[in-house]
Design a protein around this ligand. Structure first.
Ligand code: F6P
Length: 531
């Protein structure tokens, strides 16, 4: 079998020529000067958000070739296969159906199973949120990776919708510092632990869950059944741990795609049943957009295509995400798992080594903080790093003046990256803090900005459960798009297994001191740790 993948298409060869003759020299400033309609042509309306793609190094001709690539790679058919529940995760023989988790009852595969768990979970949520009756004030989510990052990202993002008396804590790291710092301040009688693990075998989560239970009992906690709940596909293992109350999900929900399932329990506890349903509705509307919008107006498809253009033709190695909303502080971390665990692969579906690059590094910090850290490199470093700005029109706080400053900063950064500053402009300026002793021409070179640095701006009217759901689903489908073109399995994660296995080998050695058969570096480090 020959995987249908991007480099085996006519469009790919055409794109290579197009890059050489056109793409390599593409200049955003010239593109805007030559096309007054560019903003409108590259503005995409999608559920919950508007995307300005106009500051990307593409024009109509580039997009046409990328869309041809999508059709040669049968992107629409692959999307439909995923949505219909085909076992597209071939290395684990599993369907990939996170979209079924947010479809209304009666629509999509496994609808009854999904909605039965959802209803039970949301009824439970309301009982806990009745804090006078439940006595619960603190929720501690114990999970890692996909069993942590979704809730950890969404709960602060939706803080304006959250229950005023519930305080949320997230424990993920096997490092005892993590859970110790959280437990120190908690009253056991007012604490609910959510043990979140798809497999219920993950070392970090099991260690933290055991530590939590030991702490709870040592502090005089008596009702483990009331204070511990599990979200997992492995109900038997949760019961074995001593947890009665479990909300289940299924093997066709990937960990990094699971915030819509029972793994979203902390989100639902924070924002309540109706808001959790709104989060699902936003994601479902984005699913409909992905499933039905023409590819040329399909936001996740267009972004996925531009990602391929940047990674495989321009050779950009990373993408920076800059949410201009403090509540989205953990979005970059969430997207790191979503994109890099999905598309960080080096063989195609047939196991053939890939002759081209796959996942970029995804990284970032909220604006404006990043501006005072690494934006220097974005503006004047030797690498070109596309940036994704996320702006929210209406804040949920009252500080209108600060919000205007925030928006102005976000807009200005995207503008500066694109426009840059020519040396002649720098020469013409007075820079009060610049060295007087340096020749003006030399100084001007230091104060030159190359510009032509691409960015995408995603604009949300408000950060609500609905728009957050749509935004996250958009990212999921974008990752699907680039992964499908690359011909890889975006839904397994074998790359995390080797380290786990070696850790299991090293752990008893740390107790026994046995370094036999180890490489010299690991053995040397171990001896120093044990000395
Ligand atoms: O990092 C590997 C991984 O399997 C992720 O894909 C997953 O989200 C995480 O570990 C946690 O796994 P689990 O939910 O089974 O504890």
């Amino acid at each position: 079998m020959n995987t249908l993948r991007c480099d085996r298409t006519h469009a790919w060869a055409g794109l290579r020529d197009h890059y050489e003759t056109h793409g390599r020299r593409f200049d955003l400033r010239e593109a805007f000067a030559g096309d007054p309609g560019r903003f409108d042509a590259f503005g995409i309306e999608a559920p919950g958000l508007f995307a300005d793609l106009s500051k990307n190094r593409v024009d109509a001709a580039t997009m046409k070739r990328l869309l041809d690539l999508a059709s040669e790679c049968r992107l629409a058919q692959r999307r439909d296969a995923m949505l219909a529940g085909a076992a597209i995760n071939t290395t684990e023989d599993r369907a990939v159906l996170h979209t079924a988790l947010r479809a209304p009852r009666g629509l999509g595969p496994y609808s009854d199973d999904v909605h039965n768990v959802l209803e039970a979970m949301l009824a439970y949520v309301e009982s806990v949120r009745d804090t006078r009756a439940s006595g619960i004030r603190h929720i501690v989510n114990i999970g890692i990776g996909g069993s942590d990052l979704g809730p950890q990202m969404a709960v602060p993002a939706l803080e304006a919708f959250a229950h005023p008396e519930l305080v949320f804590h997230f424990v993920s790291n096997v490092d005892g510092h993590d859970i110790s710092a959280v437990l120190r301040h908690l009253p056991p009688a007012e604490t609910l632990f959510v043990v979140a693990s798809k497999t219920f075998t993950t070392q970090e989560t099991m260690a933290n869950a055991q530590a939590a239970r030991a702490w709870f009992l040592a502090k005089g906690g008596t009702d483990v059944a009331k204070h511990f709940v599990a979200t997992t596909t492995n109900v038997a293992a949760a019961a074995g741990f001593g947890i009665d109350k479990t909300f289940g999900f299924w093997d066709w929900v990937g960990g990094r795609y699971s915030l819509w399932s029972a793994i979203g329990l902390p989100i639902a506890l924070a924002i309540g049943a109706d808001n959790f349903r709104a989060l699902l509705a936003g994601a479902h509307d984005m699913d409909r957009h992905f499933a039905t919008a023409p590819l040329a107006k399909n936001l996740p498809v267009l972004l996925g295509l531009i990602d391929v253009w940047y990674r495989n033709f321009h050779g950009f190695t990373s993408r920076s995400v800059a949410p201009y909303h403090q509540g989205l502080e953990r979005l970059p971390a969430y997207l790191q798992q979503l994109e890099m665990e999905s598309n960080g692969k080096c063989v195609d579906l047939d196991g053939e080594p890939l002759p081209f690059a796959t996942s970029p590094v995804v990284w970032g910090e909220p604006g404006t903080n990043g501006q005072h850290a690494y934006f220097q490199m974005l503006h004047q470093g030797t690498d070109v790093i596309p940036v994704e700005f996320l702006l929210v029109k209406h804040p949920t706080h009252e500080l209108a003046d600060q919000h205007a400053k925030l928006l102005a900063n976000g807009l200005a950064q995207a503008q500066a990256l694109m426009l840059g500053k020519h040396t002649s402009e720098a020469m013409a300026e007075r820079a009060p803090t610049a060295a007087k002793s340096l020749a003006p021409e030399i100084l001007a070179r230091h104060r030159t900005f190359p510009g032509n640095r691409p960015s995408t701006t995603l604009l949300l009217d408000r950060l609500t459960p609905y728009s957050l759901g749509a935004l996250v689903a958009m990212y999921e489908h974008r990752v699907f798009t680039s992964g499908a073109l690359w011909g890889i399995n975006s839904f397994d994660q074998w790359g995390v297994e080797l380290g786990k296995a070696l850790c299991n080998d090293l752990l008893p050695r740390l107790a026994s001191g046995n370094t036999e058969g180890l490489d010299a570096s690991t053995a040397g480090l171990m001896r120093r740790l044990l000395a």
